[in-house]
Write a protein that binds this ligand. Sequence first.
Ligand code: S3P
Length: 172
Amino acid sequence: MPKPPGNIVLIGFMGTGKSTVGRALAKHLHRDFIDMDAEIEARTQRCIPDIFAEDGEATFRDMESALALELAGRKKTIISTGGGIVLRPENLEALEASGTLVCLSASAELILERVAHHENRPLLAGDSKLEKIRALYEARKPLYDAIPLQIHTDGLPADGVAAEVLRHLMAI
Ligand code: S3P
């Protein structure tokens, strides 16, 4: 099977499986994998909630944009982005120029299941997580929907989503 050219960049709301699917794709394609959130945490030696709490969201967004620009210079890497990468059009422009953007989606209920037991997402911290997910997802929906390649993940295991991604990429 021919391999898709360029980077494969996974986009989507928190808890849509970007990191797990990215890892599965990288293993299958024998390519490097970079998880942007993990990379920011490793480079700063701080966790994302601390960055948000101590420096504010805007500083995190600047780090995210700088990393997106840097990673856009790579070739044939599987990149899983943070859910807010869509907030700045320049992030998507740079990443799209480097390969193919793939947007993963999931129902709010499934997202809740995946994020409920982790307190590592400052935007969903505290109670009423389902309401927070719905409100934030609604606000960002046009940004996610603007990505041409969409994969809905409900009912699929990570390997199944990875296979779907590959099937779509081969058809491009
Ligand atoms: C965010 C998503 C998180 C992380 C940060 C902000 C967002 O990444 O970048 O908490 O704004 O949607 P995941 O999508 O990997 O959870």
